[in-house]
Design a binder for this molecule. Structure first.
Ligand code: SAM
Length: 367
């Protein structure tokens, strides 16, 4: 198998194993290659032997509980879901040690039924991580798979979503490149010589509303005109792509009216107006993503449902360009393929040699 570094569960002396892993990781980091470093073995054992704070980001889709059997057994076959949750949590505790303080961990989990009852596996695992291990959960993303799979039940809805949690180790200063994931902003344009924002706001309507307002004082009106002109100038200069103006008694406020809850409500009462400014670099993605699973995308190979597209935002936002992202249950290597495409190094761990070979061939572009 060309270009692949496998570290087998060879020597039983753990210090030798750890030294071998550490050296492989160091050499890999120092190399020019974006081909993944593949480590064969049980995720918990391998992670225990990796150096602390050596990985920039992690993303994974572990086995479902009780749904699928993988070649070598492994996690997912526990009779009781509580044992499954404990086994996963043990792996993620070790992952936390291996992750740099600035690192992020993205966890995709599907749910399972037991005796017709949805178990709530994703949240059970998530609470273990936040409540017992000290992870900070920044987002729970709904991955809308758009179409549900085969489902013959007649007494409940189809299941079409899975969850993707984003965890970090520290409250601030974790690596996050929000600009790398913004959608391209629409640009302002000139219509009949006047500048108009991306969504057609020219300011004419706001000016009339300020003028005719019976609710704003003269002073407030003057200030509103000045700030509107300043905002329009920013649109003209390309510093702002779009904005909305909220004027007291004219627009419906975009917040709670309770001043205790909203600083905006206070601003509206005291000043008479405020602006909603749209970021010049575009808007950031929201936490519901519509992505069709890999195995229904009619690609040539047959891969796990977890799609390459699901990894794009996590990698771009939370793995630095010269960083390494790790997947402790890498299977056929989707996270690794995505990392390679985005110019990042990656480490994949799996208990199955067959899957690692598959991942390797995928990254070589052979399948
Ligand atoms: C849902 S699949 C991962 C799919 C993967 N995202 C892909 O792109 O193919 C889960 C993987 O976990 C592996 N696995 C199960 N138990 C494991 C363990 N204890 N240590 C390492 N890998 C394990 C299985 O072999 C399987 O490949």
């Amino acid at each position: 198998m060309a270009q692949t570094t496998f570290t087998f569960d060879g020597p039983s002396d753990t210090s030798i194993v750890a030294a071998t892993y550490e050296q492989s990781l160091r050499e890999y980091r120092g190399s020019q290659s974006h081909f993944p470093l593949l480590l064969l073995g049980d995720a918990l054992t391998v992670l225990k032997n990796l150096p602390a704070e050596s990985i920039d980001a992690a993303m994974t889709s572990p086995p479902y509980w009780g749904k699928r059997e993988y070649e070598n057994g492994g996690i997912g076959l526990e009779a009781d879901y509580r044992d499954f949750v404990d086994n996963l949590a043990a792996v993620f505790e070790e992952l936390r040690r291996v992750l740099k303080p600035t690192g992020s961990f993205w966890l995709n989990l599907g749910d399972s039924y037991e005796n017709k009852c949805l178990v709530g596996i994703p949240w059970r695992v998530a609470f273990e991580l936040t409540d017992r291990q000290g992870w900070i959960m920044r987002n729970s993303v709904v991955w809308n798979k758009v179409k549900s799979g085969m489902d013959n039940t007649k007494d409940r809805l189809g299941n079409v979503h899975e969850l993707l949690f984003h965890f970090v180790k520290q409250h601030k200063d974790y690596y996050y490149d929000a600009d790398a994931i913004r959608s391209k902003p629409r640009e302002s344009k000139i219509i009949n010589g006047a500048v108009v924002s991306a969504t057609g706001v020219s300011g004419v309507r706001y000016k009339r509303q300020i003028e005719l307002s019976t609710d704003l004082s003269l002073e407030q009106k003057e200030r509103a005109f000045v700030e509107l002109e300043r905002t329009l100038a920013e649109v003209r200069e390309g510093k702002l792509s779009d904005f909305r103006m909220i004027i007291r008694s004219q627009q419906r406020a975009t917040h709670s009216d309770k001043e205790k809850v909203s600083g905006r409500a206070k601003e509206l009462r005291e000043k008479g107006f405020y602006f909603l400014r749209y970021h010049p670099n575009g808007s950031k993605p929201a936490d519901v993503w519509d992505i069709i699973p890999e195995d229904t995308q009619r690609r040539t190979g047959h891969f796990a449902p977890y799609p390459v597209d699901l990894c794009r935002i996590p990698i771009l936002a939370t793995c630095p360009a010269d960083g390494v992202i790790l997947d402790p249950f890498c299977g056929t290597g989707t996270t690794l393929v995505a990392a390679q495409k985005l110019g990042r190094k990656s480490v994949g761990i799996d208990i199955s040699l067959e899957y690692l070979e598959f991942a390797s061939e995928r990254c070589l572009g052979l399948i």
